[in-house]
Design a protein around this ligand. Structure first.
Ligand SMILES: C[S@@+](CC[C@H](N)C(=O)[O-])C[C@H]1O[C@@H](n2cnc3c(N)ncnc32)[C@H](O)[C@@H]1O
Length: 275
């Protein structure tokens, strides 16, 4: 495993994923019953953007940096930025909260989180970050393996974020297989699957395979910062949300055009549709 999220922290794909996650966790808070937030591929929790590693790629400059000094911001993006600002109290962008730290800010005291990371150094950072949080359990394990052990959660309400590093050639195929098995164990959970978009052919096959499992209520949201037909290293990023909460599609569709305009590099676009 060579992947280190620090190289990518705060890039356009992170901003997109974390705005969607903010909307989703806000929607989960609308019902009083506690929920469980589960992350299979959690990463380090937060990232120092002034580290030499992050500076090597400068990816955050085309992501969170572009939004940092804007003033006229849609409400949902503003909620997300307020959380990022909590990690940067001097107002200088130095730290980027990954999904575990972002999610923690969007849980209520009665909610719970389970985080999983396989890379031992990254796990050590994550565990340190959450060492004083009683509502979180952090595991050094394969994220798909943990799903077998903990689904369905005691609360019977919750979100599973699956955000793999896509280092393996068969990652899309494996993702479909694992999600199908997870849904069989816990049918009513909300699942968020994040994926990079390099080729429309691979994306369409992934979507077809998901539909073929018979899982219902598949919402896909994609954000492109380059034209869709140009196969670059990464021309877009997407999520599939299984069983999205009521009105989540509406909340996200209201900010997608704005996000696209701010993050595009060349002829960006977006998609929001049910498969
Ligand atoms: C894309 S990063 C996660 C980023 C994080 N979700 C965020 O948004 O801040 C993927 C992480 O998964 C870890 N990883 C890779 N294979 C794994 C596995 N089988 N189980 C758990 N974690 C894994 C990698 O070490 C990496 O830290």
């Amino acid at each position: 495993m060579n992947y280190r999220h620090l190289y990518h922290a705060g890039n356009f794909a992170d901003v997109f994923k974390h705005v969607v996650l903010t909307a989703l966790l806000q929607a989960m808070q609308r019902k009083p019953k506690p929920f469980c937030y589960i992350e299979t591929h959690a990463g380090a929790g937060k990232y120092a953007l002034n580290s030499t590693t992050a500076h090597k790629t400068q990816e955050f400059e085309q992501g969170i940096q572009r939004l940092w000094h804007l003033t006229d911001i849609p409400e949902l993006v503003s909620s997300y930025l307020e959380i990022v600002k909590k990690f940067n109290p001097s107002n200088q962008l130095r730290t980027y909260p990954g999904s575990p730290c972002l999610a923690r800010q969007l849980l209520r005291p009665e909610d719970r989180m389970v985080l999983c990371e396989l890379q031992s150094e990254v796990y050590a950072q994550l565990r340190q970050e959450f060492s004083r949080t009683k509502q979180a359990r952090v595991y050094l394990e394969d994220g798909y393996g943990i799903l077998k052990a903990i689904l369905p959660p005691l609360e019977r309400r919750g979100v599973v974020l699956i955000d793999p590093s896509f280092e393996q050639a068969n990652e899309f195929k494996n993702l479909v297989r694992q999600v199908h098995a997870a849904c069989q164990r816990w049918e009513t959970g909300v699942y968020v699957l994040w994926y990079p978009i390099k080729s429309q052919r691979i994306l369409q096959k992934f979507h077809r395979d998901l539909v073929a499992t018979g899982i219902k209520e598949l919402l896909t949201i994609q954000l492109y910062v380059y034209p869709k037909d140009v196969e670059l290293r990464l021309n877009g990023a997407g999520v599939v949300i299984i069983h999205p909460p009521y009105q989540l599609d509406n909340a996200i569709s209201q900010v997608l055009p704005w996000l696209c305009e701010k993050l595009t590099v060349e002829r960006g676009s977006y998609v929001l549709e049910y498969l």
